[in-house]
Write a protein that binds this ligand. Structure first.
Ligand SMILES: NC(=O)c1ccc[n+]([C@@H]2O[C@H](COP(=O)([O-])OP(=O)(O)OC[C@H]3O[C@@H](n4cnc5c(N)ncnc54)[C@H](OP(=O)(O)O)[C@@H]3O)[C@@H](O)[C@H]2O)c1
Length: 221
């Protein structure tokens, strides 16, 4: 049994991570801004009131978790707002950087002392942050913030390899969550998370720093 910390745990993909990990018998620390009833009823350890853009909130999380070693850190929290060239909204772009790129890096950096030797870090990025895969443009804030997150993941994989800590950079697929208005063309959170957990399970010092689709496909940068 290992200890997993999941951000953005109250709904969507983050909640499903908590549900499947709990069913597997793992210890789950569910981090969120506020806990919905489903999460509160799951029977996992819930740490609410944590906005990952806040230095003070993340420091508060670290102090709450003092003495609790973590095996797997899943940086899942994220946001998506549509920003087009015609309506370039720099406040929105900045906010998406704060959450998607800086928030995940802040949390990871703050929790590094609590990661066990051999620990794993997963960053839930997006194919929308692939430069090679960008065939349609637009989505300035989301695309730019996710490519920044993926780059942080690649650097973390090099910097933490000597400590035996591995990093996976993961695309969940197009998933039926609030972020996509529960799109009919998406896969379910159940299918996505089953794949994401398989990728995290197969992560090792040889393949650390890889960018994978939840279905196992290696994605282009
Ligand atoms: N769904 C897809 O098709 C898809 C595709 C590619 C990548 N992704 C990525 O997958 C991850 C999960 O997305 P989802 O589809 O499950 O979306 P979602 O249902 O919108 O959930 C997003 C989660 O992130 C949390 N969050 C947002 N801003 C936060 C902040 N400042 N501090 C702490 N938590 C914050 C939200 O908390 P609140 O409830 O408090 O707002 C919520 O729990 C995201 O990183 C997303 O970019 C999703």
């Amino acid at each position: 049994m290992a200890t997993y910390l999941v951000t953005g745990a109250n709904r969507g993909i983050g909640y499903e991570f908590c549900r499947q990990l709990q069913a597997r018998g793992e210890t789950v620390i569910a981090v969120c801004r506020s806990a919905d009833a489903d999460l509160a009823d799951l029977g996992v350890q819930v740490e609410s009131g944590i906005d990952i853009t806040s230095d003070a909130a993340v420091a508060e999380l670290v102090s709450r978790l003092a003495g609790c070693p973590i095996d797997v850190l899943i940086n899942n929290a994220g946001m998506a707002q549509r920003v087009t060239l015609e309506q370039l909204d720099f406040d929105s772009i900045r906010q998406q950087f704060e959450v998607n790129a800086l928030g995940a890096l802040r949390l990871t950096h703050s929790l590094l002392p609590q990661l066990k030797p051999g620990a794993k870090i997963a960053l839930i990025t997006s194919r929308m942050g692939s430069i090679a895969d960008n065939s349609s443009g637009g989505s300035y804030g989301y695309r730019m913030s996710k490519v920044a997150l993926s780059m942080a993941g690649k650097s973390l994989s090099h910097d933490l390899k000597p400590r035996g800590i591995t990093v996976a950079i993961l695309h969940p697929g197009l998933v039926q969550t609030r972020m996509t208005n529960f799109t009919d063309s998406g896969i379910t959170p159940e299918t996505s998370v089953a794949g994401l957990l398989a990728r995290i399970d197969q992560l090792n010092l040889e393949n650390t720093g890889s960018f994978w689709h939840s279905n196992g496909e290696l994605l282009p940068w």
